[in-house]
Ligand binder design. Structure first.
Ligand SMILES: NC(=O)c1ccc[n+]([C@@H]2O[C@H](COP(=O)([O-])OP(=O)(O)OC[C@H]3O[C@@H](n4cnc5c(N)ncnc54)[C@H](OP(=O)(O)O)[C@@H]3O)[C@@H](O)[C@H]2O)c1
Length: 123
C-alpha cells in the first residue's frame, strides 16, 4: 500500500479489524467472508477502480488426507475463494468504470496449475 501511495495512487485499505488506512485516509472495514459488501462499496462510491488486489488469505497446516478437518478446509475456501469472488463482484461497476482495470489475486503454491501438474500440491 505504501508503495502505491508513494507513487501517487489513491489507495483504499481494506481489513476486517480496521486500522488499515490507505492514502487520503481511505479505508473499508470488511471481512471477506461477509456477504454484506456495503462497507466496501460505500467507500468506493462510483469511483473508477484501476486495480484490485485480493490479498486476504488463510490456510490450514499440511495434513494427511485421513486427518483433514473438512469444516476448517471449507472455512479456508470461504476466505481464499469466496472472498475473491465477493470482493471482485462487489467492485465490478468500479472496475468497469476504469479505462484499463486490473485484478491481482494473491494465491499460493496450492493454487498453482503449474505446480499441481508437476505434483507439487499438498493439502
Ligand atoms: N507467506 C506465505 O508463505 C504465503 C504462502 C502462500 C500463500 N500466501 C498468501 O499470500 C497472501 C498474504 O499472505 P501473508 O503471508 O502476508 O499472510 P498474513 O500476514 O496472514 O496476511 C493475510 C491477511 O489476510 C487477512 N485476512 C484473513 N482472513 C480474512 C478475512 N476473512 N477477511 C479479511 N481479511 C482477512 C488477514 O487479516 P488479519 O490481519 O485481520 O488476520 C491478513 O491481513 C495470502 O493470500 C496468503 O494465503 C502466503
Amino acid at each position: 500500500m505504501e508503495v502505491f501511495a508513494a507513487a501517487d495512487w489513491d489507495v483504499i485499505g481494506v481489513s476486517r479489524a480496521g486500522g488499515v488506512v490507505g492514502s487520503r485516509g481511505r479505508q473499508a472495514v470488511w471481512d471477506v467472508t461477509d456477504d454484506d459488501v456495503v462497507a466496501l462499496t460505500e467507500v468506493l462510491r462510483d469511483d473508477p477502480l484501476d486495480l484490485l488486489i485480493n490479498n486476504a488469505g488463510t490456510g490450514t497446516p499440511g495434513t494427511p488426507l485421513d486427518d483433514v478437518d473438512i469444516q476448517a478446509l471449507l472455512e479456508v475456501c470461504d476466505v481464499n475463494v469466496g472472498g475473491v469472488i465477493r470482493a471482485t463482484r462487489a467492485v465490478l461497476p468500479n472496475l468497469r468504470a476504469a479505462t484499463d482495470p486490473l485484478v491481482i489475486n494473491v494465491s499460493s503454491r496450492l493454487g498453482s496449475v503449474h505446480d499441481q501438474r508437476a505434483g507439487g500440491g499438498v493439502l
